[in-house]
Structures are given as structure tokens and as C-alpha cells.
Design a protein around this ligand. Structure first.
Ligand code: ATP
Length: 591
């Protein structure tokens, strides 16, 4: 029952690839036909050999031998030529399909909400985007076609054997039948192991990725050997699964290899008696053995091809698991226009709960940030500041209530338009493996000019250090900008946020990695930016609070108080207490 269900699931996952195959089906059919033609050539050679043995050799008359030898040569050349044509025809389509599948996966990953990425390990996504898709390419280019062609060749070969001699045909057919039974038995076992191995590959990729990204932490805490132990254990697990796969497929192979040998043995035994009795010619027996030998590859390969197909089905299932993940943050059906945003940002009775969590993180936040105003968001750690800021650019959607810009619910705006209006700089300034210019331009869409980039650098007080980089704006910064200091990365992230001249700027503790001197510089620059935009700034330190016109205190999932820094200091004990801990942390850091 389960087998049938699994097989159904496997086939369904592979059938869903049909739209990708359709545009290249002519080439695929051409490739299949070429390989079939190649095999027909191969299968015909034994029949010519039969003619040679039963004709010129038996009669002692070599007059027609030349043509027959030429025919063998031509068939051999045809076999090779058709095989070559197959390869030429299929390599383009299979790599094209792989690229399209990969493109679509990547595009989908970009559209999936942050909640999806929170749940999924990046290594699992990586292994699906890389190794699973290579498995699918191999399947399309090879296993898929050969599974069909080899089965056809097997049937064709059996027909030839029947024509040569019905008994020989029956012997080979009887030896082929157990193949079906063995393959069915083995298939479900192998499918489970294939899935396990592919998942374990993903886990391994996650460990490698995390340890590379976190290499500083691991070194600083001397935890490298510990993680190496974890990695080795995972690698051993994977090896065990691979060995079990080899064991299962080994049994199948042993059976599959044995069957054609038994058939050949049967042919020789029967043929020897039949020739002695005079009911069979030597040429027929040699031809039959040659055909049976030729059928060894189509038969032997079935096990391997089934393994490849199984692996491909697992890869397809894993691929569709990601592609089927719903895109929950989408463009509205009827987007509203926001011609020129003034940047009036409002949170209106906003509630938010993380999927799967027991309680709400935000329980009715109402906050008004007027055009051009800067509001600092202050709250204890874990109070929901980052969560609240994520709702502005729709990195997550409110559970209830609404966030509006100039009176328009952010969910009613086209996402592209919303993200033009709203720019965010995160606490962790992630930079990409690209030039400084490209990293900054990323924040402003396609029409960012050189002047925009330079202006953004000035605002973020980054001009000087960028000019001092070996190739200035063209300097490639490493993965995550690892070759830059924390403060430099943060300033580039800031430049990236302001380059598109957004109306609403969301800054999640943008000054956390700056030293006192640089902080003062960036703060000064920020003041000038903040004059022109509406800004919501998560503040972890008193100096950031000073940048704001007003301060909002987030506590218990609500805005507990709003006022100027000095008002809140004077009137709100919770704010005072919070600020004093921030002050303490700050002085500890400075000390
Ligand atoms: N992806 C998530 N899934 C479930 N819960 C989450 C997720 N991200 C954050 N939380 C929880 O939501 C709460 C608020 O987190 P958030 O990061 O918004 O707080 P914060 O005020 O920004 O904290 P900090 O000042 O430490 O940066 C925390 O209890 C946190 O554990």
C-alpha cells in the first residue's frame, strides 16, 4: 500500500517537471530516437554475423563476404554515430531545464516570507538548489531516456531471439521476468535511503555554512574542535546511509547481472544440443549468444537507472517542497496608488504573533510618526522592537490592525512601490560579495546614479574609508563584508538604506557597531538625513535616542509611553530604569 503511495508520489513529482520538458521535447524525442537507432544497429550486427557463418563460412564460398563485412562496419559506425548524436541533442536541453528550475527556485525563495526562511535551514535550501537539481539534470539527460530506450531494446532483443529460435527467445524472456519482481522489491527500500541521504547532505551543508559564517565565534571560544566533531558525526551518518544504499543496490545488481549470464548459459546448452541434432545452425547460435550478450547492458543498467530515477524523484519531491511553500506576502489584487509619499507612518492597533508561537509579541501597538519626524523605539530586550519595524516594509504582516503610510494600508501598496518608499538598515549589516558600489546601489533600484551612491556615502560618513580602499568604490568586499570592520559595514548598510531617497527610513539599531568617534560622525550625518525623512529608529543606547524628536517606549507588547526624551525621563520610571541600564551597558563597553 505504502509502496504504491510512494511510487505515486514519486511519479507525480517527476510529472510536474513536464512544463519544463515541453519546450525541448522535440530534441528529447530526437535524442531518444538516436539512441534507439544506435541500439538497433548494435542488435543487427549479430544477424549479419549469422549470415556470414551460415553463408560464406558454412559454404566455403567467400565471394559475398566483402558486403557482409562492410555491413558490419557500417552498422558499427552507425551505432557510434547515433550515440554521438544523442549526446549532442540532449546536453543543451538538460542543462537548460536545470538552469530554468534553478532560476524559478531562486525567484521563489526571494518571494517567500521571512517566516519561511526562519523555519528552513539554509543548507537544506542550498542542497536543493545545487545537488538535487544536478540529480534532476542527470535524470533528464540520461536515466529518463535510457530507461525507456533500454526497455525497448530489451523487448526488441527478445523479439529478435524469438525470430532466431523460439526456445532461445523463451529462455531469455524467462530470465528477464524476475527483473520486474526484484526491481519492485528494491525500489521502496532504496527510495527511503535516497531521501535520507539527500536530507543528510542538506544538514551537512548547513553545518559547513554555519561554521564558515560563525568562524570568528568558533575560534574565539575555541569551539572549532567541538563543531568538527559534530561535522564528523554527521558525515559518518551520511556515509552509513550511502553504504546502505550501495548494499541495497549491490544486491539488485548481483541479481540483475546474474540473469543475463543464466540466459547465455541456457542458450549455449540448448544450442549445443540443437546443433548436434541438426535443428539449429551454428550461425543462429552465435547470433543468439551475441544478441543475449548485447542485451546485457540494457538489462544490467536497469538497476542503476532505477536508482537514478528514484534519486531524481526524491530530488523532485524536495524541490517541490520549497516551490510549493506559499508566498504569503504578495501584491494586493487592486493596489492603491501613493503618488508622492510624505511619509506619514501609523501603527493602528497592531497585533502580531509569530506563526506557531503561543502568545502575541505585539498586543495592540498604536503609534503615529508624523512626516519628517524621527521616533526612537526603546524597550527591553525581546520586547518586540525588531518585530514592529519588520511590519513597515512588510517583511511580516500584522496579525490584526494595520500599518499605514499616508493613510494607505501597506498591504494595499504594490510591494515594489512600498519598498521604494520604505528603506531599512538592519542591526546585522549583511553585505554581498560584490563591489562597494553594487552593494550600495542595491538599496535604490535600477536607476541609481554614481552621484546618488556618492551622496549616500557622504551621508553615512563612509566617503573617506571607501576612498582609502584599494579600488575605491570598485573594491569587492568579501562575503558578508568580512574584510571590513563592523563599523565600516554598518556605515555601508546605512548608505544602502538612504541611496534610494526613501520617505520612511527604518533603522534597527544602526549604530551598534560604531566606536565613539565614528558614532559621533555617523550621528552627525544621520541628523541631516533624518531631517528629510520619517524615521523609526530602534535605539539601544542613549546617544541614538538623542537623534529622535520623540521616543516611544515599547513594553508588554504595547506602546507604554510617547514623548520627548526629557519628558519621558522626567515622567516615566520604566523609561528611566531602562535608560540607566542602557547607560550602564554603554559605559561598560566604553570602559
Ligand atoms: N522568527 C521568530 N519566531 C518566533 N519568535 C520570534 C521570532 N523572532 C523573534 N521572536 C520572539 O519575539 C520576541 C520579540 O523579538 P524582537 O527581536 O522583536 O525583540 P527586540 O525588542 O528587537 O529585541 P532586542 O532588543 O534584543 O533586539 C522575542 O520574545 C523573540 O523571542
Amino acid at each position: 500500500m505504502t509502496n504504491t503511495k510512494d511510487r505515486g508520489q514519486n511519479i507525480a513529482a517527476l510529472r510536474r517537471l513536464a512544463p519544463y520538458l515541453r519546450p525541448v521535447r522535440a530534441r528529447m524525442i530526437g535524442s531518444g530516437t538516436a539512441v534507439l537507432a544506435s541500439m538497433v544497429c548494435g542488435l543487427t550486427i549479430p544477424l549479419v554475423v549469422q549470415r556470414i557463418l551460415d553463408g560464406p563460412v558454412a559454404d566455403g564460398d567467400t565471394s559475398g563476404l566483402g558486403w557482409l563485412i562492410a555491413a558490419v562496419g557500417a552498422l558499427g559506425a552507425g551505432e557510434a554515430l547515433f550515440f554521438f548524436i544523442r549526446r549532442r541533442l540532449i546536453s543543451g536541453p538538460s542543462t537548460r531545464i536545470e538552469a530554468e528550475l534553478r532560476d524559478d527556485l531562486y525567484r521563489h525563495l526571494q518571494r517567500l516570507p521571512i517566516s519561511f526562511h526562519d523555519r528552513w535551514q539554509s543548507g537544506q535550501l542550498l542542497s536543493r538548489a545545487v545537488s538535487d537539481l544536478s540529480t534532476l539534470r542527470r535524470f533528464i539527460a540520461f536515466a529518463f531516456i535510457f530507461l525507456i530506450v533500454n526497455s525497448l531494446t530489451l523487448v526488441l532483443g527478445l523479439v529478435v531471439l524469438f525470430v532466431l529460435d523460439p526456445v532461445l527467445g523463451t529462455i531469455s524472456t524467462l530470465c528477464s521476468l524476475p527483473l520486474v519482481l526484484i526491481s519492485t522489491l528494491y525500489e521502496s527500500k532504496y527510495a527511503v535511503l535516497a531521501r535520507r541521504a539527500q536530507d543528510q547532505n542538506g544538514d551537512l551543508a548547513t553545518t559547513v555554512e554555519e561554521s564558515v559564517l560563525g568562524i570568528r565565534v568558533l575560534k574565539a571560544f575555541g569551539r572549532g574542535p567541538h563543531l568538527a566533531g559534530t561535522f564528523a558525526a554527521q558525515a559518518r551518518e551520511l556515509r552509513r546511509t550511502e553504504l546502505r544504499k550501495v548494499h541495497v543496490i549491490g544486491l539488485l545488481w548481483a541479481a540483475i547481472i546474474m540473469l543475463p549470464e543464466i540466459a547465455i548459459g541456457g542458450h549455449l546448452l540448448y544450442g549445443a544440443f540443437a546443433i548436434t541434432d541438426g535443428t539449429m545452425t551454428l550461425g543462429t547460435m552465435v547470433a543468439a549468444v551475441a544478441v543475449a550478450t548485447y542485451l546485457r547492458w540494457p538489462t544490467d543498467s536497469i538497476g542503476w537507472l532505477l536508482a537514478e530515477s528514484n534519486q531524481a524523484a526524491t530530488a523532485a519531491i524536495r524541490y517541490w517542497e520549497v516551490r510549493d511553500a506559499p508566498v504569503t506576502i504578495t501584491d494586493p489584487d487592486r493596489p492603491r496608488r501613493l503618488p508622492s509619499a510624505t511619509g506619514h507612518l501609523r501603527f493602528d492597533h497592531v497585533h502580531f504573533a509569530y506563526p506557531g508561537s503561543d502568545g502575541e509579541t505585539l498586543r495592540g501597538v498604536t503609534l503615529d510618526v508624523r512626516p519628517g519626524e524621527t521616533v526612537a523605539l526603546v524597550g527591553a530586550t525581546g520586547s518586540g522592537k525588531t518585530t514592529l519595524t519588520a511590519l513597515v516594509g512588510r517583511l511580516a504582516d500584522v496579525t490584526s490592525g494595520r500599518v499605514t503610510i499616508d493613510g494607505v494600508d501597506v498591504r494595499d501598496l504594490e510591494l515594489a512601490r512600498l519598498r521604494e518608499v520604505v528603506a531599512t538598515a538592519f542591526e546585522e549589516p549583511v553585505l554581498f560579495s560584490a563591489s562597494v558600489r553594487e552593494n550600495i546601489a542595491l538599496g535604490g533600484g535600477a536607476d541609481v546614479t554614481e552621484d546618488d551612491v556618492r551622496q549616500a556615502l557622504r551621508v553615512a560618513s563612509a566617503t573617506e574609508f571607501v576612498e582609502n580602499l584599494p579600488w575605491g568604490l570598485d573594491t569587492r568586499i568579501g562575503e558578508q563584508g568580512l574584510s571590513l570592520s563592523g563599523g565600516q559595514r554598518q556605515r555601508l548598510a546605512l548608505a544602502r538604506a538612504v541611496v534610494g531617497r526613501p520617505s520612511v527610513l527604518v533603522l534597527d539599531d544602526p549604530l551598534s557597531a560604531l566606536d565613539v568617534h565614528t558614532e559621533a560622525e555617523v550621528e552627525q550625518a544621520l541628523r541631516s538625513v533624518l531631517r528629510d525623512v520619517t524615521a523609526l529608529v530602534v535605539a539601544h543606547r542613549p546617544s541614538t535616542v538623542q537623534l529622535a524628536d520623540r521616543v516611544a517606549l515599547l513594553s508588554g507588547g504595547r506602546i507604554a509611553a510617547v514623548g520627548t526624551h526629557s519628558e519621558l525621563l522626567a515622567t516615566n520610571p520604566e523609561y528611566r530604569a531602562l535608560l540607566s541600564t542602557l547607560d550602564d551597558e554603554r559605559s561598560e563597553v566604553v570602559a
